[in-house]
Design a protein. Structure first.
Length: 265
């Protein structure tokens, strides 16, 4: 069994990981929540609906990492630096799906990777990473005569836009087109903006209802268009991907790893 600590254990993703851990041959040994959380002291399995597993939620990050092979982080950017420092000290591998990281967090991920295996991804869905590969291949093979626009749809409570996944897809398309073509992100069009420029890469966010996450890459050319779509119907898919990533890091040397490494060939 892989021994896993969860950073952000009371959140939706943390709870999904608790529910699915046993099916993925993983044992939850630590459940870390934010300071002052009303969930402190409560069994994380009871909160997740799986019954008592003997792991109480705590805001003591060091204690939560004890005995863990890897910590899975779905929290907030401001909480990540402390986790990374303590994971380095405890020699615990890190899988993080926390988005909207600043330069400090990015540097700390690299620093931590000198001591333990680290995988950061804005989306731990296996399907999304396959979509990114397909979109990059399509953008490269179709060439600059085909415009690329990305549309993402999420629930009304999502606080950031565009989604980290949309940015990931845009980066994949950009890497496929550059250096022969330099693309400029466009996040909205209103008024008399004139014809679409050849170097534009549209990224648009739609918010409403309880949509978990839909992402479509539009490739639009003369007389035809291709639409590549991924729809998430359950948050469990992100939890499964994170647990699969955790298993991939188990026993690996220090370094930065990606979901592409997890998926392989």
């Amino acid at each position: 069994m892989l021994k896993v600590a969860i950073h952000g254990a009371s959140g939706k993703m943390g709870q999904a990981i608790v529910r699915l851990a046993a099916n993925e041959r993983a044992q939850v040994v630590g459940a870390i929540v934010s300071r002052g959380s009303s969930r402190i002291g409560r069994d994380v399995g009871e909160l997740a609906g799986t019954g008592n597993i003997g792991v109480a939620m705590s805001d003591d990050t060091s204690a939560g990492l004890l005995g863990a092979d890897v910590v899975i982080d779905f929290s907030r950017p401001e909480a990540l630096p402390r986790l990374l420092h303590l994971a380095m000290r405890a020699k615990v591998a890190v899988v993080s799906g926390t988005t909207r990281l600043d330069g400090t967090c990015e540097r700390l991920l690299d620093e931590t990777a000198q001591h333990v295996p680290v995988l950061w991804s804005p989306n731990t869905s296996i399907g999304i990473h396959v979509l990114a590969e397909i979109a990059a291949s399509a953008a490269r093979r179709l060439g600059p005569g085909y415009d690329v626009e990305i549309v993402e749809v999420h629930h009304r409570a999502k606080v950031d836009a565009p989604s980290g996944t949309a940015v990931r897809l845009a980066d994949a398309v950009r890497a496929a087109r550059e250096p022969t073509a330099k693309l400029t992100d466009v996040h909205g069009r209103e008024g008399n903006v004139g014809p679409r420029k050849a170097d534009e890469l549209g990224i648009f966010a739609v918010r409403g209802g309880d949509v978990i996450g839909d992402h479509t890459v539009h490739l639009l050319g003369p007389g035809e268009r291709i639409e590549l779509t991924h729809r998430a119907t359950s948050r469990d898919l992100f939890a499964r991907g994170a647990l699969r990533a955790a298993w991939h890091l188990h026993g690996k040397p220090p370094g930065r790893y990606t979901m592409a490494d997890v998926i392989g060939g």
